[in-house]
Design a protein. Structure first.
Length: 330
């Protein structure tokens, strides 16, 4: 394998040396000086004898923290250079890297490799307060798919929700239904749902898409009702071999959503063979993250990983300066 991935060189010292990794990561995490993760004070810490360990100098705090306190790497005994390597590999290419490859390449245990890749996925989660997709004049495509061995799956009649008047309906296989929303030319947001029924899909669309948007879907009946809440709802009928229709307002299709699913499925097949259902939402976060920082939007592999490292904080913090007003930041 080449040591060069667009914008990054895996021979660089911070991928092999924990001291270099610490310097690299701190520069990204704390561009304005170290921030105490306990009290939020900036640039007021004592350096201890142990590299990467600090003691807050604020009188009322005086707590210890490290380079990784408050991040997804917190309290891990795995070297920081290995962590950075995994962050970069998972950000590179469309498919990322599996924990098996991490184990082989870094010589760590399978358990450690699995732990690291899932922690990186945690960092990739967009967070619940993200702005809605779309807006006036923008198109948001919605589509649903099923992940898993669909060939083996039997459509089955299943109970839906207790007390639901719908009663029961067909679901496919082991319920690995995925709904994705893709703003055309923009961001994606994907959800693992117990069942892609009208109520579930409508709720996701209403909560995540700006009402001024134009909704593009396939001919599924799932979207007819919720579509009325939006500036326009246009669909193409795949069952009649209609994939793109040209309207005065622009082409109608859901190719962006379908291409998202095709990248996801190819990736999951090649790299992630053993994905448990309870972790599926994390894999979706990972594919969303790479989609949302894709090369087409002007982000290269190095920038994609740096952005992620800069946001690797595990908690929200209230930042404050030693002298001055309180300042809230994520
Ligand atoms: Zn402090």
């Amino acid at each position: 394998m080449s040591h060069y991935i667009a914008g990054m060189n895996l021979q660089q010292p911070h991928f092999h040396d924990d001291d270099a990794a610490r310097v690299y990561f701190e520069r990204i995490r704390w561009p304005d000086g170290r921030v105490c993760p306990h009290c939020g004070v900036i640039g007021a810490e004592y350096v201890t004898k142990r590299p990467g360990r600090y003691r807050c100098a604020a009188k009322e705090c005086r707590k210890d923290f490290s380079t990784t306190t408050g991040t997804v790497m917190e309290q891990s005994h795995i070297g920081l250079s290995k962590w950075l390597w995994v962050f970069y590999q998972m950000c590179a290419s469309k498919k990322g890297i599996s924990s098996h490859q991490v184990r082989r390449s870094l010589g760590v245990s399978m358990k450690a490799a699995w732990f690291m890749t899932h922690r990186v996925r945690e960092a990739m989660k967009a967070g619940g307060l993200a702005a809605p997709l779309g807006g006036a004049g923008k198109v948001v495509e919605v589509d649903e798919t099923y992940h898993g061995k669909i060939s083996e799956a039997q459509p089955r009649y299943s109970k839906v929700r207790r007390g639901s008047s719908i009663g029961s309906r067909y679901t496919i296989g082991d319920k690995r239904a995925i709904v994705t929303l893709v703003e055309r030319g923009g961001q994606s947001r994907s959800f693992h749902v117990a069942s892609a029924d009208m109520a579930t899909v409508s709720k996701i669309v209403r909560e995540n898409v700006d009402r001024e948007s134009r909704l593009h879907t396939d001919g599924s009946k799932l979207y007819v009702k919720v579509g009325k809440d939006f500036a326009a709802h246009e669909s193409v009928d795949h069952s009649k071999e209609e994939y793109v229709r040209y309207e005065p307002t622009g082409p109608v299709h859901n190719n962006s959503a379908e291409s998202y699913f095709s990248v996801f499925k190819r990736g999951m097949k090649g790299v992630y063979q053993h994905c448990q259902e309870k972790h599926l939402h994390r894999y979706l976060a990972e594919f969303d993250y790479r989609h949302n920082t894709r090369t087409k939007l002007g982000v290269d592999d190095k920038q994609r990983a740096d952005l992620l490292l800069a946001g690797a904080e595990g908690k929200r913090l209230t930042y404050r300066r030693t002298h001055g007003k309180e300042q809230h930041a994520r």
